[in-house]
Design a protein around this ligand. Structure first.
Ligand code: SAM
Length: 270
């Protein structure tokens, strides 16, 4: 039986916080093995919940940070682990300042979590702001989201999230996890993804890329001559050397970055 079985029995899972607790020890082990935590690393868990992953991580390292929004779960975690082992931040990860956990000369953060699926995309985008103090991220997510994150151009799943995240991380889909591994079981399949921060792109501001992607992908089936190119024209930005009959989903990450570079310049409006 999972060591958290009893606790789950008395904690009523809250839908609004996307609570599906990992109950399959072999999945917990596989995640910890993928993370391969080492003593001295700064590991931050988002949404520790009933501590399935937390406990397994703390078996490998002396100390962890965790960010949990649910007041009851935060109280349980505090009573279970002393602060020397777990620094519990009772907070919304969407608003949490991850930079506050970094320190000059300290190792960069390793962020992990079985993320609440209802906020996973905004959280992934928000975490972009902190990537300078992050080394890598290992997340359990809804499988469709992981498929979008790792998708190649000209495939069904390739879109804004793929371009945005692949621009700033080396992404890798690790393994799938069935609904039965959780309690309560979610209605969707899950997957674990690894995202390593690309140091060569740390100096780049994601904002121009986000704007360009928003302009182009709202109508992803349309040719760029009717969407992206007029948008660039209106900004006085140069047109990219691309076939105007391409659709946004056919343009690779490198090309999007170079479009964002030109669009992000302070071109005067015509
Ligand atoms: N890590 C645990 C596990 O694997 O069993 C729990 C995972 S459960 C899918 C998601 C966890 O994230 C819950 O503990 C939930 O309360 C917490 N959570 C939900 N929204 C959050 C937010 N915005 N910020 C921080 N934690 C959040």
């Amino acid at each position: 039986m999972n060591p958290d079985g009893e606790r789950r029995g008395i904690h009523r899972a809250r839908k609004r916080f996307g609570q599906h607790f990992l109950a399959d020890v072999s999945v917990v082990d596989a995640i910890v093995q993928a993370i391969d935590p080492r003593e001295g690393e700064r590991i931050v868990e988002i949404g520790p919940g009933l501590a399935a992953l937390t406990g397994a991580l703390l078996a490998r390292v002396a100390h962890l940070h965790a960010v949990e929004i649910d007041r009851d779960l935060a109280a349980r975690l505090r009573s279970r682990y002393p602060p020397q082992r777990l620094t519990l931040h009772e907070a919304d990860a969407l608003r949490f300042d991850f930079d506050s956990l970094a320190a000059p000369g300290a190792p960069r953060l390793r962020i992990v979590g079985n993320l609440p699926y209802n906020v996973s995309s905004p959280l992934l985008v928000r975490l972009l702001d902190f990537r300078a103090c992050v080394r890598d991220q290992h997340f359990m997510l809804q499988r469709e989201v992981v498929e979008r994150i790792v998708a190649e151009p000209a495939t069904r799943d390739y879109g804004r999230l793929s371009v945005l995240l692949q621009s700033f991380y080396v992404v890798e889909r690790l393994f799938d996890v069935p609904p039965e591994a959780f309690e309560p079981a979610p209605k969707v399949q899950s997957s674990v993804v690894r995202m390593r921060v690309r140091d060569d792109r740390l100096a780049r501001d994601p904002a121009p890329l986000q704007q360009v992607l928003a302009a182009a992908f709202t109508q992803r089936r349309k040719m760029i001559r009717t969407t992206l190119l007029p948008w660039l024209d209106a900004r006085g930005a140069p047109r990219p050397p691309l076939d105007p009959t391409l659709r946004p989903e056919q343009i690779d990450v490198a090309a999007w970055l170079s479009i964002a570079d030109s669009a992000g310049m302070p071109y005067p409006r015509r």
